[in-house]
Write a protein that binds this ligand. Structure first.
Ligand code: FAD
Length: 421
């Protein structure tokens, strides 16, 4: 088993924002291929520049050639570079690339920056801004074109809550605002011009406006991509060419409910796909249990955990999905304890059969796992009626009281709403 990678050291992508404060060091967020090597794998640290799909010949940038029996594209995603914004290529305009060498350089350069503008209030921009703003010597502005941050991941209500939480930090959050131009002096960023007319002085800009599938090599090799630029694969990550597969951010995702082409790029999705492929590379042996991708997002801003899965009011409107929803709020341990946190669950269910279509959770850290329970419920077609008899464990220090399990209470509220219809 051979793995080609561009850089010797790899970063834990989800940990990158925390390099800038909580970890405080790029090398604390490193992962390497040791587990793969321990299993007998061999790593070639060289960029692959050419692939002959017919003969399965892989050519590296140093001209080495390797022949293989099975070929898996796992080339991931790359940052969107806004060439339409003048000044995008000035010195000190940075991106959140999943590259050790690049982030090391960004980390070092940012040590000298006092005034930083982060462009894009999705979860990556918001997490990076939140971490940088915790550094005492930095003034951070977050610019987001939508009225609220996190608009691609959360419902309108949760976006509002998340944006309010960002406002409570030291970040200067500017929503409904676009960066129109990046201005430089002697080739280096000096300010950004906003759609409001304001000119914001800054000595560094971090662009966090999105990612796209990294499929140039795949396309050059002759693989077919969809309109999002992702490699088209079947249910088992197989392309239309025999023994050639694609997995992770570079491969196509299909909406869980709609079956339409989607563009989910998450580590949780990539690893689920990788497990499916790993078990089935030499023939389908384990039936894949999902035909569409359920995007499950989670984050924490200013100590508030927030998570979402599946349908919410925003994506339901886009795909014309009817739903009923209800929110229940209580606390995440028995209420008598001091370190308890508020916890809210909002469920979205079908108005006809009560099947759970989506959910959001916010409050204490347990939100991160409760959303995974909701994700399982959505994937298994669990209804709100079934949720009422869901058997749970409860402990005063660990969970909500069994009389008020937040997820179950939200399901009960939906039953009440359906009954009234
Ligand atoms: C800052 C940040 C935070 C994130 N947080 C979360 C989170 O909290 N939860 C979550 O689920 N997801 C999160 N994500 C998304 C997640 O990181 C991606 O979905 C995940 O990395 C996808 O994994 P992948 O293996 O498909 O691709 P990648 O991680 O992009 O890996 C692709 C690899 O292929 C290599 N490569 C590409 N081309 C070549 C070539 N020609 N030759 C050799 N090697 C090549 C690249 O160098 C790279 O190492 C985050 C992403 C970022 C950037």
């Amino acid at each position: 088993m051979l793995m080609f990678k561009e850089e010797e050291k790899g970063l834990v992508p989800c940990g990158i924002p925390y390099i800038f404060h909580k970890l405080g060091d790029v090398d604390k967020n490193v992962m390497g291929p040791k587990p793969f090597i321990d299993l007998g794998g061999e790593v070639i640290t060289e960029k692959v520049v050419d692939i002959n799909l017919d003969n399965k010949i892989v050519k590296t940038e140093k001209g080495q050639e390797f022949t293989c029996e099975k070929l898996v594209f796992a080339t991931g995603s790359q940052v969107v570079v806004p060439t339409f914004i003048s000044g995008y290529d000035l010195k000190n305009v940075f991106y959140i690339k999943k590259s050790y060498n690049y982030i090391k350089q960004v980390f070092n350069e940012l040590q000298f920056a006092k005034n930083i503008t982060v462009v894009g209030g999705g979860f990556i921009g918001a997490e990076v801004a939140e971490q940088l703003a915790l550094e005492p010597d930095k003034k951070v502005t977050l610019v987001e074109s939508e009225p609220c941050c996190f608009s691609k991941a959360f419902s309108k209500d949760l976006c509002k809550i998340a944006t309010e939480e960002l406002h409570k930090t030291a970040i200067d959050v500017k929503t409904s605002t676009k960066v129109e131009k990046i201005i430089g002096i002697d080739g280096k960023v000096s300010s950004v011009k906003l759609s409001t007319g304001e000119e914001l002085p800054c000595d560094a800009v971090i662009m966090a406006i999105g990612y796209k599938p990294n499929t140039e090599l795949a396309q050059k090799s002759g693989l077919t991509v969809n309109k999002m630029g992702a490699i088209i694969v079947d249910n088992y990550e197989r392309t239309n060419i025999k023994d050639v597969c694609a997995v992770g951010d570079c491969s196509q995702t299909i909406g869980f409910l709609t079956g339409r082409i989607d563009n989910v790029m998450l580590a949780s999705t990539a690893t689920a796909e990788a497990r499916v492929l790993g078990h089935n590379l030499f023939g389908i042996r384990i039936k894949k249990n999902f035909n569409g991708t359920l995007a499950v997002f989670s984050t924490e801003i200013n100590g508030l955990s927030m998570a979402s899965a599946g349908v919410n009011d925003t994506n339901a409107a886009e795909a014309n999905i009817e739903y009923v929803s209800a929110t229940f709020t209580d606390v995440d341990t028995h209420p008598t304890f001091e370190d308890t946190h508020p916890l809210s669950v909002k469920l979205f269910a079908s108005p006809l059969d009560g099947s759970i279509l989506g959910g959001e959770v916010w409050g204490g850290k347990s939100a991160g796992e409760i959303i995974n329970t909701i994700s399982m419920a959505i994937q298994k077609g669990v209804t709100v009626y079934e949720m009422v008899s869901f058997q749970i464990g409860s402990h005063p220090l660990l969970t909500a009281a069994p009389t008020k399990t937040v997820l179950i209470k939200a399901a009960e509220m939906i039953i009440g709403q359906i009954a009234k219809k």
